[in-house]
Design a protein around this ligand. Structure first.
Ligand code: GDP
Ligand code: MG
Ligand code: K
Length: 299
């Protein structure tokens, strides 16, 4: 980390019609610095698509559900789900293909965005396809509908202006933690955060009694038919005495940790959460690669 600067991090939602070029942009941003997530469905409502990490900052890009739905479903979806998600991110990227006309779909999304406080950037993609004159006209048209924090014309395909977009995103990020490790992470990045949230509560409440080597392993994250997410996690300590401390008198400590972690996980996933915590003693767990794999690190 840069000595003079605090680490900045945050979440970015990408919204826009299919084929606007969202995936192409993420591929451009990648370089060596990003970890693209697998396409396997995740249990979270906010699907993490990519993580961009440098020495000083981390941007977590989320795919926003709902905007890929057919037009007649769009309204319902935006209001009920996507808007809730968009409220909690740091920047919304509203992605358009500049060669496509402004339509009812765009108008509706922009009206919906007026209901939330999150800064919105207009990303005008595919500038390589249009005359500059047409680009200016399009900018005027969009400005008329919404007061964007930034308007950034890019070509995701050719890479034009993509660094400018990234710079601007970083400007809007708050000081924050590095949510994900530098290394490539596997299918379930949300597991990593859930584990960290639980670990944080354990360390906070046990103070100096439990060493930082305590590990949290996520055994299961499963969305139930009732839309509640069931999370089962194991807190791994190295000694029996530590197990007693983590559980507490009549389980009071574990209960406290569970309640607070559950609240945070609920915020992260956007669903109700049922959290089941176990405590296990395992000597020298750090030498066991299996644990690291389960935590979401790849070798
Ligand atoms: P998504 O559905 O929003 O993720 O869009 P994709 O990234 O899959 O892109 C859809 C199509 O648009 C692909 O054929 C891309 O190659 C193309 N595309 C994306 N960005 C640009 C661009 O800046 N210029 C041009 N000409 N084509 C682009
Ligand atoms: Mg895509
Ligand atoms: K807004």
């Amino acid at each position: 980390m840069n000595k003079n600067n605090q680490f900045k991090s945050g979440f970015v939602s990408l919204i826009g019609r299919p084929n606007a070029g969202k995936s192409t942009l993420l591929n451009q941003v990648i370089g060596q610095k990003i970890a693209i997530m697998s396409d396997k469905p995740q249990t979270t409502r906010n699907k993490i698509q990519a993580v961009y990490t440098t020495e000083n900052e981390q941007l977590v890009f989320l795919d926003t559900p709902g905007v890929h739905k057919p037009k007649h479903k769009l309204g319902e979806f935006m209001v009920n789900q996507a808007l809730d998600t968009l409220k909690e991110v740091d920047v919304v990227l509203f992605f358009i293909d500049v060669a496509e006309p402004f339509g009812k779909g765009e108008e509706f999304i922009l009206e919906s965005l007026k209901k939330i406080q999150t800064p919105v950037f207009l990303v005008m993609n595919k500038i390589d396809k249009v005359h500059p004159e047409q680009l200016l006209e399009r900018i005027e048209e969009y400005r008329h509908h919404y007061d964007f924090k930034e308007i950034i014309p890019i070509s995701a395909l050719e890479g034009q202006n993509v660094p400018v977009l990234v710079e601007n995103l970083v400007k809007y990020m708050p000081e924050g933690p590095q949510y994900y490790p530098d290394e490539q992470i596997t299918d379930h990045p949300e597991r990593f955060i859930i584990a960290e949230l639980i670990r944080e509560k354990v360390l906070y409440h046990t103070r100096d009694e439990i060493p930082h080597s305590v590990a949290v392993v996520i055994d299961q994250v499963k969305e139930r038919p009732d839309r509640k997410t069931y999370v089962q996690a194991t807190i791994v300590v190295e000694r029996n005495s530590q197990k007693g401390i983590v559980i507490g008198k009549r389980g009071a400590m574990l209960k406290q940790v569970g309640q607070e972690a559950r609240k945070d996980i609920r915020k992260l996933l956007g669903t109700d959460v049922f959290l089941e915590l176990w405590v296990k003693v395992q000597k020298d767990w750090r030498n066991k690669a299996r644990f690291l794999n389960e935590q979401g690190y790849s070798n």
